[in-house]
Design a protein around this ligand. Structure first.
Ligand SMILES: [Zn+2]
Length: 160
C-alpha cells in the first residue's frame, strides 16, 4: 500500500524597487558589488558581474567574473570573492553576499542570480560555519534579499 504526500515548498524574501530603501549595511554591500562589476574580465559574454561579501568581522571581500578562452577555466564573481574570503580569512564566517551585473556599462534592470555552482559554493560556507549567509541580488529596478542561500537552493547536497 503506497502512501503519497504532496508537499509544497515556500520561500520568503524581501523585494525593493530601489537600493535607497535597503537597510544601510545591505545598501553599502550592494553598491560595492555594482562597482566591482567594472573589474570583471568578460570578453566573451560581455556580462560583467560583481560580488561583495560581508564577513563577520565587518570586513568586505569583493570579486568579479574572470573569463577564459577555455570556458570552464573562468570563474563567476561570487566564487572569485568566496574563495578569496575563504583563503584570506579561513576562520571568519561570511554574513552576506551581494551580486550585481552590468551590460554595456549599465547595471542590469533585473537582478542577476548566482548560478547553480555558485549557490552550491555559498552553501558550503553556511555548512562550514553553521550560520546563514544572506544573499542580496540587485538590479537597477529590482532588489531581492534572501536570508539564507538555502532559500535559493533547497534540498541541497551536503550529505558527506
Ligand atoms: Zn556562478
Amino acid at each position: 500500500m503506497n502512501k503519497v504526500e504532496n508537499k509544497t515548498l515556500t520561500i520568503s524574501y524581501r523585494e525593493y524597487v530601489s537600493s535607497a530603501e535597503l537597510p544601510l549595511a545591505e545598501k553599502n554591500l550592494l553598491e560595492q558589488a555594482v562597482a566591482m562589476a567594472d573589474n570583471a574580465y568578460a570578453p566573451y559574454s560581455k556580462f560583467n558581474v560583481g560580488a561583495a561579501i560581508l564577513m563577520d568581522s565587518g570586513e568586505t571581500v569583493t570579486g568579479a567574473n574572470q573569463e577564459n578562452a577555455a570556458y570552464p577555466s573562468g570563474i563567476c564573481a561570487e566564487r572569485s570573492a568566496l574563495y578569496y574570503a575563504g583563503a584570506k580569512y579561513p576562520d571568519v564566517p561570511i554574513r552576506a553576499i551581494a551580486v550585481a551585473a552590468k551590460q554595456d556599462g549599465a547595471q542590469t534592470e533585473d537582478p542577476a542570480y548566482p548560478c547553480g555552482a555558485c549557490r552550491q559554493a555559498i552553501v558550503q560556507y553556511e555548512v562550514k560555519f553553521g550560520s546563514k549567509i544572506k544573499v542580496i541580488v540587485g538590479g537597477a529596478g529590482k532588489i531581492q534579499v534572501f536570508e539564507s542561500i538555502s532559500d535559493l537552493l533547497p534540498f541541497v547536497f551536503d550529505n558527506i
